[in-house]
Design a protein around this ligand. Structure first.
Ligand code: ATP
Length: 505
């Protein structure tokens, strides 16, 4: 299969089966915003639950929080997001596309390039030379580019019942002001009400460090985990849900003793790779990539990306960063609150006396939930060639999810809508629901069509009720990955589904 075809197939399956819809579709859709449909919401929640289990429930050194999306604006000034969370915005003067300079195709300065006028498929060819910035337009390959302008990726809004625009117009009415003066007035008006939608969930864990540590008496090393929505006004949105302006993250800040960051960074990169390995069919499509020195963020002394082999190539899925003590120190400096930890059993390395107060260092595994959704969807997509009863070639499409993250754990299918079969099927569905599983009772269409539909949405088991079930309480269980069917007592089929749906340890 052509690799980019795979993406087209995934996008179409997502819509057709109710995983992901374009936001506000009947209004023509909103660029870069997506809605998760009945199956998508299940898959997303299951992935989030798998992460939460691994980070919080399976260990006693990490606790969770759920912080608000809108935080005090000073948080973002202190963290460096107001001044530094910007991307270089460039306009292509040939095809008019707007893109990020740092993500554009790199080319040595002075290289001669040829591109088509206006970015069209055919037409006049133009020759150009790559300038000293060393990249070309990602769409048409042109070297005719605007200067870079820094564009801050945070969404701004105002808090409170004031419309800053109304106030602004009231202030400037009838005055002859320069653009600079007007800007000053506008900034003054918004100063007291300006807030941001968080561009990452991480900052809340730093800001709440003391509250969490004191209420739980956690001892370093310990972590705080959080999942939730983040917002970035991305210059380029791309590859379906890979890069969107509203997305979900799963982040954990692990607070450690200074000097132990290399060993904990190794621990967390290994841990996160092992987590992905539990849910993938193709572990070799995941890899770790260490950041070059010049790629590191200002707060980081080392960083790895967990990358996935998307249909368009390797791309980031998660960042695992060693963030030093940068954030806690910055927030402590800005607020005057001591964001530090006292270890009474350790000697202070400077004085040699027992009792050491220090600002913890931090290792941060920061994953994208919606990006993991896409990666696991791509990972699960399987097409199998076979032949039907008449010997005609046919292909079977199925999503090979680990049962623990599959949106529907089992489909319960009466062969016919009579003879007590629907009642029996509902009894089985009820037992599985009581065990906390999302199952589907389905009596529409032929049994073959029902199997095909459940293959395509990744349901690991179909349990079929037929005339024999009514006599001996046995059912047929069909396995999604092999299409094999086995006869067994109802109780055993129920147990098979329950056991398989457990998260892998
Ligand atoms: P990229 O280089 O792809 O822009 P990033 O390095 O800015 O990502 P981080 O700030 O490290 O990303 O955020 C952690 C994770 O959040 C990323 O690995 C990714 O999975 C997810 N993420 C970040 N931005 C987006 C986005 N716009 N849409 C979807 N997921 C995102």
């Amino acid at each position: 299969m052509n690799e980019l075809d795979l993406m087209t197939k995934i996008v179409s399956l997502c819509k057709r089966r109710g995983f992901v819809f374009q936001s506000s579709e009947i209004y023509g859709g909103l660029k870069s915003a997506y809605d998760y449909g009945p199956l998508g919401v299940e898959l997303k929640r299951n992935i989030a639950a798998a992460w939460w289990r691994s980070m919080v429930y399976e260990r006693d050194d990490i606790v969770g929080i759920d912080a608000s999306i809108v935080m005090h604006p000073k948080v973002w000034e202190t963290s460096g997001h107001v001044s530094g969370f910007s991307d270089p915005l460039v306009d292509c003067l040939n095809c008019k596309e707007r893109f990020r300079g740092d993500k554009a195709p790199q080319m040595a300065a002075g290289t001669e390039v040829v591109y088509i006028k206006g970015g069209k498929d055919k037409g006049e060819k133009i020759k150009g030379v790559v300038n000293s910035r060393g990249y070309v337009c990602p769409i048409c390959g042109s070297s005719e580019l605007s200067e870079e302008r820094q564009f801050n990726g945070m969404f701004r809004t105002t808090l409170g019942p004031v419309d800053p625009l109304d106030e602004f117009f009231r202030e400037i009415k009838g005055k002859d002001l320069s653009e600079r003066d007007m800007r000053g007035i506008y900034e003054n008006i918004t100063k007291s009400s300006l807030v941001y939608l968080r561009p990452e969930t991480a900052q809340a864990m730093f800001v709440q460090f003391l509250n969490v540590q004191q209420t739980t008496s956690m001892k370093v090393p310990f972590g705080i985990a959080q999942q939730g929505k983040s917002f970035r006004n991305e210059i380029t949105v791309e590859h379906f849900i890979f890069r969107s302006c509203e997305f979900e993250q799963m982040e954990m800040e692990f607070f450690i003793e200074p000097g132990t960051q290399a060993e904990w960074l190794k621990y967390w990169t290994d841990n996160r790779m092992a987590w992905y390995a539990k849910y993938t069919n193709s572990p070799t499509n995941f890899r770790l990539r260490q950041h070059d020195r010049d790629e590191l963020a200002h707060y980081s002394d080392d960083c790895f990306d967990v990358e996935y082999l998307y249909p368009w190539g390797w791309g980031e899925l998660e960042g695992v960063a060693s963030r030093t003590d940068y954030d806690l120190k910055k927030h402590a400096g800005a607020t005057g609150v001591k964001l530090s930890y006292f270890d009474q059993n350790k000697a202070d390395p400077e004085t040699g006396k027992m009792g050491w107060r220090y600002v913890p260092y931090v290792i941060e595994p920061a994953a994208g939930l919606t990006r993991t959704f896409l990666a696991l969807m791509l990972d699960a997509y399987t097409e199998e060639k076979g032949v039907d009863a008449e010997g005609k070639e046919k292909s079977r499409v199925f999503l090979k999810f680990h049962p623990s993250i599959a949106p529907i754990k089992a489909a319960i299918l009466p062969l016919v809508k009579k003879d007590g079969q629907p009642e029996k099927a509902n009894e089985i569905a009820k037992k599985l629901r009581e065990a906390g599983l999302n199952v589907s009772y389905d009596e529409q269409q032929s049994i073959g069509k029902r199997y095909a539909k459940h293959d395509e949405v990744g349901t690991p088991f179909c349990i079929t009720i037929d005339p024999d079930t009514m006599k001996d309480d046995t059912v047929t269980i069909r396995y999604r990955d092999t299409a094999e069917q086995r006869r067994m007592p109802i109780a055993e089929a129920i147990e098979t589904v329950i056991q398989s749906s457990r998260h892998p340890l």
